[in-house]
Design a binder for this molecule. Structure first.
Ligand code: ADP
Length: 186
């Protein structure tokens, strides 16, 4: 199964994405995690991404798109994958379709983990990461509305959007996801 998961900072993409990958036996590919690991180990990618990640800004498309292209041609991706944090803009969603076209693959679903802004804000504040200072969180939530929400308008007319209520306990959300994905495969 080939999936992307969309949601604001604190929507639970990481938690749900990771659980879903374990349940489905596919790799979890999270651009934010890849950037943070690269910054931590001070690689070339890390040095390029750091100024953006630290401010809560989007890493420029050429860097991000190349990262995804490279990652989706690794051998562990043959039976599917889940992308968390990519695409983040309608442009990246189109780029993903171009890439999948080149690879002869097709996306099954864009899962939209929907949660109200106060919930996003509170959950992000509850976990403390370097890029989780309140003003940076606010910036990421604003960017999510400006840049990422429009992606739902890209997937919806293509019948690829699966909206899930993210303001519920984690196990309930996961079960709902598994049920809905199973139903769409039947
Ligand atoms: P969030 O909790 O906001 O979903 P992520 O862990 O997905 O955060 O991403 C952390 C940071 O990594 C973002 O604020 C951004 O700087 C960078 N980043 C991650 N994915 C992308 C992407 N697809 N395009 C551009 N920048 C990205």
């Amino acid at each position: 199964m080939r999936l992307v998961i969309l949601g604001g900072p604190g929507a639970g993409k990481g938690t749900q994405g990771r659980m879903l990958c374990e349940n489905l036996g596919i790799p979890w590919i999270a651009t934010g995690e890849i950037f943070r690991a690269a910054i931590e180990s001070d690689t070339e990618l890390g040095r390029q991404a750091a100024p953006y990640v630290e401010k809560g800004d989007l890493v420029p498309d050429p860097i991000t798109i190349e990262l995804i292209r490279h990652r989706l041609t690794q051998p562990d991706t043959e039976n599917g994958w889940l992308l968390d944090g990519y695409p983040r803009t309608a442009f990246q969603a189109e780029e993903l379709d171009f890439l999948l076209g080149d690879l002869g693959q097709e996306l099954n679903w864009a899962i939209w983990l929907d949660a109200p802004v106060p919930v996003l804000m509170q959950r992000s504040l509850d976990r403390s990461r370097d890029d989780d200072a309140p003003e940076i969180i606010r910036r990421r939530i604003d960017l999510f509305h400006q840049r990422t929400i429009p992606i739902t308008g890209y997937y919806k007319p293509r019948n690829k959007l699966l909206r899930i209520d993210g303001d519920r306990p984690s196990e309930v959300i996961q079960q709902d996801l598994l049920d809905k994905l199973a139903a769409t495969q039947a």
